[in-house]
Design a protein around this ligand. Sequence first.
Ligand SMILES: *Cc1c(COP(=O)(O)O)cnc(C)c1O
Length: 360
Amino acid sequence: MTIPYGRQSVSQEDIDAVVAVLKGDWLTQGPAVEAFERAVADYCQVEHAVAFNSGTATLHGAAEAGGVGPSSLLVTSPLTFMASANAGRYLGATVELVDIKRETLNMDLTAVPSEADAVVAVHYAGLPVDLADLPNRPSLIIEDAAHALGAFTPEGPVGNCAKSDACSFSFHPVKPITTAEGGIVTTNNADLAKRMRTFRTHGIEPKPDQGGWNYEIRREGFNYRLSDVHAALGISQLSKLDRFIERRNEIAERYRVELADLPIVLPPAAPKGTRHGYHLFAVQVQDRARVFSAMRDAGIWVQVHYVPIHHHPVSIDIKQTASDLPNCEAVYRGLISLPIFPELSDTDQTTVIETLKRLV
Ligand SMILES: *Cc1c(COP(=O)(O)O)cnc(C)c1O
């Protein structure tokens, strides 16, 4: 039996919710999607939520609706999943990376250039990045909160868009809650929400005043719709989110105590008044390659989050290289994500702790 780094928690209740939709009239986007959007908006204390069929699609949709195009400069973190950068790349924008801070592993927002049109601010591992650090307000601020549903700051839940235009979530199985595949964008901007809804369904704008059949497509759109089957799972999962996050915090606290004396760097903790999402528990070790292989050999399926954006050949279109991003380089060298998910048993966590102690 291997211990994964992350894993969904699906209960009989979740399964029953999905089966109920399968037995009904609507399978594609319908009443369950609408109810899921309402439930996420309420949880996040925000006006609108627009569901998509992946987190990647939410970032694409938010950037497009926010006006990102070929003449735009979009800035993001080098220590993230490629989807954060692709939000700009898909739209022909120039993508720029600014370095991370070693104390938070989040991007250093003070370094965002004043020419930036858009920022995709990633809450790495579920630790909220403080948007107040932005020296100038770019015309579009998108939070990539794929790791951070259920996290909150003194200003309220991540997703309330207190200092952003839009906040994107992913429901991939390892994320805080799952719909198998799926994502949602929250926003307080009604126009932005409307544009995202059009974008996710081929760009179709109904024209009922010109006949019940009539519609018009004025800009390119996609089929980025979430299905009611997936949304039913999401609604059921959302009711357990707080319990999931509490359990993640409990696991993180035990790691902190039991790994405190090892020659490793522990992940940054949440400041007072902030609840960490703990999507990841990423430590920094010496001789990562050896530790990684030995953990895998011991049946512990550790991962590395992430191979930095600028390391991938596709990022030839991004100007910044390793020498521009020294903090990211230094952190990446030792980074390794230990197992953390709500159903990780105490016994399995002991195995992880004992194995790591032996190896470092
Ligand atoms: C998972 C993730 C995404 C994309 O989500 P998908 O639902 O897998 O498309 C985007 N950004 C970050 C930081 C992620 O971890």
